[in-house]
Design a binder for this molecule. Structure first.
Ligand code: F6P
Length: 336
């Protein structure tokens, strides 16, 4: 096929055009993308590779780890250790940060990832994915520690996700729009298939786990009730609902045709502000969504401006089509 642009070519052209993509960041993104290829391969093997089922352990969140969670985490750690572009890594699957071993050179970036998002879908052949975020290690004289990672999402220099679905895609932003690459499985290369993805401001589609409805706070109850009333209510139009239970898959749909994704905090446990993790789930996705002209808040504030206090902290999430995110955020402000 003529005129195919690979991820490598795209990144080199970015480097030339914007002069804002340093060579080591480019290499780092390529290594992450290569690791995603390997994860995709293992996900595709499933039972044939003995990859399904529980690993018999729990992660820092107290969630049972699946074999593929562990395998994907190991792939990302191993792929990114030796390249010389990183100062340290952090993962959903690791309680502590992961320093680059002494035998390898160190770089100036910090990589955070959720190796396999959508855990409940791993064993049932529904789309799952990898999410990553890149920050700078600002104080190079200091060995990175957890504190070094606690930067607002606005400081991200790159973010992306892969979806392992009917096609494997890699969606990336370095702050110059959002671009989607599809894995050519025969050639093993990422091919640019969508440039400058845009989320329409208006939408008729929403995503929320409605089984939690009775626990929601009043602004979320009000917003969802209005959507459910459809044409017969305040909104005077019908809305459709979709919930994959893999954030990456729901977000990928929203990037393609609009929608709002919500995982609110609820009244069950005040110490748990939502389910999703700020640093390696909400922040990278919020960066991508904003770059695609959407919006992302925790109901009160822009997610990217939140100052993290812990590596694994959780956050409420409302993201996607701007008109809807603005509306549900306004309800939070109006109703306290
Ligand atoms: O832990 C993250 C996650 O798996 C997301 O990918 C997904 O959107 C959500 O949790 C699913 O939550 P629930 O199990 O409540 O449907």
């Amino acid at each position: 096929m003529q005129g195919r642009i690979t991820l490598t070519q795209y990144l080199i052209e970015q480097q030339r055009q914007h002069n804002s993509l340093p060579a080591d960041l480019r290499l780092l993104i390529e290594v992450v993308a290569r690791a995603c290829k390997m994860i995709s391969h293992n996900v595709g093997k499933g039972a044939l590779g003995n990859f399904l089922g529980s690993a018999g352990s729990e992660n820092v969140q107290g969630e049972v780890q699946k074999k593929l969670d562990v395998v994907s985490n190991d792939i990302l750690l191993e792929a990114n250790e030796w390249g010389g572009n990183l100062a340290a890594m952090a993962s959903e699957e690791l309680e502590q940060i992961h320093l680059i071993p002494h035998r390898y050179p160190k770089g100036e970036y910090l990589l955070l990832f959720d190796p396999l998002d959508g855990s409940s879908n791993i064993d049932v052949n529904v789309s799952i994915g990898t999410i990553f975020s890149v920050l700078r290690h600002t104080d190079k004289t200091r060995t990175p520690d957890e504190q070094s990672f606690l930067q607002a999402g606005t400081q991200q220099v790159a973010a992306g996700y892969a979806v392992y679905g009917p096609q494997t895609v890699f969606v990336l932003t370095t702050g110059h729009g959002v671009h989607c690459f599809t894995l050519d499985r025969e050639l093993g290369s990422w091919v640019l298939t969508q440039s400058n993805m845009r989320i329409p401001h208006a939408t008729h589609e929403y995503a929320i786990n409605a089984s939690n409805a009775r626990h929601w706070h009043p602004p979320v109850q009000r917003y969802i009730n209005e959507l459910l009333m459809g044409k017969d209510g305040e909104r005077k139009q019908d809305f459709n609902m979709r919930w994959v239970a893999s954030m990456v898959a729901d977000v990928h749909r929203i990037l393609n045709r609009g929608g709002i994704f919500m995982y609110p905090a609820d009244q069950r446990d005040p110490t748990k502000p939502g389910r999703l993790r700020l640093m390696y789930e909400a922040n990278p996705i919020a960066f991508i969504v904003e770059q695609a002209h959407g919006a992302a808040t925790n109901g009160q504030q822009r997610i990217l401006e939140l100052m993290p206090t812990q590596l694994h902290e959780r956050v409420a999430v409302f993201l996607g089509s701007k008109d809807e995110v603005d509306r549900v955020t306004r309800y939070h402000h109006e109703m306290g």
